[in-house]
Ligand binder design. Structure first.
Ligand SMILES: Cc1cc2nc3c(=O)[nH]c(=O)nc-3n(C[C@H](O)[C@H](O)[C@H](O)COP(=O)(O)OP(=O)(O)OC[C@H]3O[C@@H](n4cnc5c(N)ncnc54)[C@H](O)[C@@H]3O)c2cc1C
Length: 262
């Protein structure tokens, strides 16, 4: 239950409020407004101007309160990311859920978080520990397992790289049982993230290839991605699917992602 609501006009004001006990940031509020027995105070971030998307060189800096729909409609949003965003939540929810709130609250079935993991997203966070306020940048791979507390002000993803997304779910609009996101930089660095299981998406592969996906290396990347995908899900059994099924499907989806780059 929300017992106190604050809507600060400046970041400093927000940070000061967030040093109070049982006080948390409110993004789109889609999760925080759900009924619970916990008594919390919320600091609504909507007046802080953190909902901008800026292209800076080869990166896209996405403000923390940017909604999923706003990102989906941005000219710089890659097509593969648009597909993942559409699966993350239906339109009404995408119009309120923010990128930061979604990363903080996500589980392993989050297509958005899986894509962010493949992209090696950087998370800009301000920490309010006792009376000390500090900033840091976290790699998403470090953030997701621990969800360190602190105010996320923006996230940064690379653009101008190859990106693919594939999934299998019960129905086309359902959250995936297995999904794969593959990112490849011009340097040939290739990251494969898998979602559809557990508490967080998992990184299956982060490999460096000097030549990228040309004819001589594509077969190696294909085999590496398939093997990595199969291994990553070797214990991924839950009520939705067995580990054996997930491993097979993950390998197939990884293959499709690699082949989409050729
Ligand atoms: C109908 C419905 C269906 C849903 N289905 C799913 C689902 O399938 N899977 C799922 O995972 N969730 C689901 N949710 C929960 C929720 O909608 C999503 O997790 C959503 O993306 C959260 O985003 P938000 O901006 O609304 O977060 P909020 O509700 O505002 O906050 C969520 C969490 O993130 C923290 N937070 C928000 N902004 C920041 C910030 N800038 N810095 C640090 N912390 C921050 C909050 O303190 C809170 O702990 C559903 C909700 C609804 C209403």
């Amino acid at each position: 239950m929300i017992r106190e609501y604050h809507r600060p006009q400046t970041l400093d004001e927000a940070l000061t409020l967030l040093t109070r006990p049982n006080t948390v940031p409110l993004g789109g509020g889609s999760l925080l407004s759900a009924w619970t027995t916990d008594s919390i105070s919320v600091v609504d971030l909507q007046s802080l101007g953190l909902n901008t998307i800026k292209k800076q060189g080869n990166n896209l800096e996405i403000g923390a309160t940017t909604t999923l729909q706003q990102l989906l409609e941005d000219d710089n949003c890659p097509e593969a990311l648009k597909s993942a965003l559409k699966l993350e939540a239906p339109l009404n929810l995408r119009n309120s859920a923010t990128v930061a709130g979604t990363l903080v609250a996500c589980d392993g079935r989050s297509t958005f978080a899986t894509m962010m993991l493949a992209l090696d997203t950087k998370i800009q966070q301000t920490i309010f520990d006792n009376s000390k306020i500090d900033s840091r940048i976290l790699n998403i791979g470090d953030f997701l397992p621990l969800r360190q507390s602190g105010l996320i002000t923006s996230i940064q993803i690379p653009v101008n790289i190859k990106l693919a997304f594939e999934y299998v779910s019960r129905t086309p609009a359902d959250k995936p049982i297995v999904c794969a996101a593959l990112a490849q930089w011009n340097s040939g660095r290739t990251r494969l993230a898998l979602g559809g299981y557990g508490k967080s998406p998992m990184l299956a592969m982060d490999g460096t290839e000097a030549e990228g996906l040309d004819a001589s290396t594509s077969d190696f990347v294909l085999r590496s991605a398939q093997a990595a995908a199969r291994n990553a899900f070797h214990e991924a059994t839950d009520e939705w699917a067995s580990a054996e099924y997930r491993s097979d499907v993950a390998a197939t989806l990884a293959k499709r992602c690699v082949e989409s780059f050729l």
